[in-house]
Design a protein around this ligand. Structure first.
Ligand code: ADP
Ligand code: MG
Length: 407
C-alpha cells in the first residue's frame, strides 16, 4: 500500500509520437531537441508527449493544464494504457503499466481507476442507477451489492433522488454528475478526469468544482484532472502541471505558478489571471432571479436574502430598477413601504463575456451589476463583493509571496 503523500502515478521520461514510424527519425529529432513544429515539418510525425516527467501523490488533486493540442489527453491516456508509449515508463502504484495486456490490463483499469470524460456517454435507455452500476455489472457484482454501491455514489454527487429516473430527463450538469458517480461506484483509488467539466455552463461548472472538492475532502482519492482552463486549474489543483507542445513547462502549487512562473509562457498566462483578464462575468454571476413587482417592500427585502440587491424587469425581461438591501431598509424605516420609491435606476450593466477587469471600476460603487444579453434581457446578477473576492484571492497570493521574499 502507498502512504498518503507518496507518489502513486509516475510518468518517467515519457515520449509519445504519432505516425507510421514513431521510433524512427521523428524520435531522433525529438531527442536531439527539435520541437513539435520542427519534427512535424521534417518527419511528418506528431509529437504527442516530449520527455514528460511528473509524479502524482496519493490523495492530491493534480491538474494538467495546457492549450488544446498540448498533449494533456495523450498524457492521461498513458496512465490506463489507452495509448502505447514510444519511450519511457508509466508507473501506477508500483506497476509498469506498459507491460500490461489483455485481461490483466482490464482488471488493472477496473480495480485501480475510474474515468470521467468531457462527453460522457450514458446509456439513454437505462435509468440512472443502472448507468452508475454498469461497471460493477461488468465485474459481475451481484445486483444488491451493485445497487448499494450505486446509491452511495449517487448520494455523494447529490443525485440519490434521481436514481430511478431516465438519464434523458437529466440536465447536462446532472448527467456529468452521473458520470462522476459511475467513476466513484467501484471505489477506485484513482480518478482520471479529462476535461470533465469543460462542456458545462460556467455557473454549473463552478458548482461541480466545489462539489468535487467536497467529495475529495471526504474520500481522499488521487485525482488526475485535465483542463485547458487555468482558472479551473488554480482553483481545484493541489499542484498544477502546465504543458505546451507535448512538454512539461512547470509543475507547482497554484501559488508557485502564480508567483514564480518558470517561463515567459507561464508568465503570460498568469498575467491574464493576475489582472482578472481571463475571468469572465458569466463565471461568477448568479442567476438573475428578479424581484416580483407586485410584492410588498418587506417581502422584496426578504427575497433579496444574502445578496447585495436584486433587479426588477419589464415585460420583456429587461432590467428597469434595482432594489438594494440598504435602499430598501431605509425606505422601510421611513415607513412609506413603497416599493417603487426604493428602486434605483442608476445601476451598471455588463455582458456575460466581459472580464472582471472591465467591471472592476463599476464594482467599486458597491452596487449589483445587471448582466444582460444582446437583447438587453437580464441573465445574471453580479455581486460586487464576488468580483472583489475573486480578484482579491489572486492579490492575496501575491502579497503572501512578497512577504516571503522580502522578509
Ligand atoms: N491518435 C492520434 N493520431 C495522431 N495525432 C494525435 C492523436 N492523438 C492526438 N494527436 C496529436 O497529439 C497532440 C496532443 O493531442 P492531445 O493530447 O489530444 O491534446 P490536448 O488533450 O492537450 O488537447 C495534438 O497535436 C494532436 O493532434
Ligand atoms: Mg484533450
Amino acid at each position: 500500500m502507498v502512504e498518503q503523500g507518496e507518489v502513486i502515478i509516475q510518468l518517467e521520461n515519457v515520449y509519445k509520437i504519432f505516425g507510421p514510424q514513431p521510433r524512427g527519425r521523428a524520435f531522433d529529432l525529438v531527442k536531439a531537441g527539435y520541437g513539435k513544429d520542427a519534427v512535424l515539418q521534417r518527419s511528418g510525425h506528431v509529437v504527442g508527449l516530449n520527455d514528460v516527467d511528473f509524479g502524482v501523490k496519493k490523495g492530491e488533486i493534480f491538474v494538467v493544464m495546457g492549450l488544446s493540442g498540448s498533449g494533456k489527453s495523450t498524457a492521461i491516456r498513458t496512465v490506463n494504457k489507452l495509448h502505447d508509449i514510444t519511450s519511457g515508463h508509466v508507473w501506477v502504484d508500483g506497476t509498469d503499466v506498459q507491460t500490461l495486456d489483455g485481461p490483466e490490463l482490464q482488471a488493472f483499469r477496473r480495480e485501480k481507476m475510474g474515468m470521467v470524460f468531457q462527453h460522457f456517454a450514458l446509456f439513454p435507455h437505462r435509468n440512472v442507477i443502472d448507468n452508475v452500476g454498469y461497471g460493477l455489472k461488468i465485474q459481475k457484482v451481484d445486483k444488491t451489492k451493485r445497487d448499494e454501491a450505486s446509491i452511495k455514489a449517487l448520494s455523494l454527487v447529490g443525485l440519490e433522488p434521481y436514481a430511478f429516473n431516465a438519464t434523458q430527463e437529466l440536465s447536462g450538469g446532472m448527467q456529468q454528475r452521473v458520470g462522476l458517480a459511475r467513476a466513484l461506484a467501484a471505489d477506485p483509488d484513482i480518478l482520471l478526469m479529462d476535461e470533465a467539466f469543460s462542456a458545462l455552463d460556467p455557473l454549473i461548472r463552478r458548482q461541480m468544482q466545489d462539489e468535487m472538492m467536497d467529495i475529495q475532502n471526504e474520500l481522499h482519492k488521487t485525482i488526475l484532472f485535465i483542463t485547458h482552463d487555468l482558472n479551473e486549474a488554480l482553483r481545484i489543483g493541489d499542484r498544477v502541471c502546465i504543458m505546451k507542445d507535448g512538454a512539461v513547462v512547470q509543475i507547482g502549487t497554484p501559488e508557485e505558478i502564480l508567483t514564480k512562473p518558470a517561463t515567459g509562457y507561464v508568465a503570460e498566462f498568469v498575467q491574464d489571471v493576475d489582472q482578472g483578464r481571463v475571468i469572465e462575468v458569466r463565471e461568477i454571476m448568479k442567476e438573475p432571479d428578479p424581484l416580483q413587482r407586485n410584492v410588498s417592500l418587506t417581502d422584496a427585502l426578504v427575497a433579496i436574502g444574502d445578496r447585495a440587491g436584486k433587479f426588477v424587469v419589464d415585460e420583456n425581461g429587461r432590467p428597469t430598477g434595482l432594489l438594494t438591501l440598504s435602499d430598501g431598509t431605509r425606505v422601510a424605516t421611513l415607513g412609506s413601504g413603497d416599493f417603487a420609491s426604493a428602486l434605483r435606476q442608476d445601476f451598471d450593466k455588463t455582458s456575460p463575456t466581459a472580464t472582471l477587469n472591465e467591471v472592476y471600476a463599476a464594482a467599486g460603487r458597491g452596487l449589483p451589476i445587471a448582466v444582460v444579453n444582446e437583447a438587453g434581457e437580464l441573465i445574471g446578477n453580479l455581486d460586487p463583493r464576488h468580483i472583489m473576492e475573486e480578484m482579491g484571492r489572486v492579490e492575496s497570493l501575491i502579497d503572501m509571496y512578497e512577504r516571503e521574499v522580502f522578509m
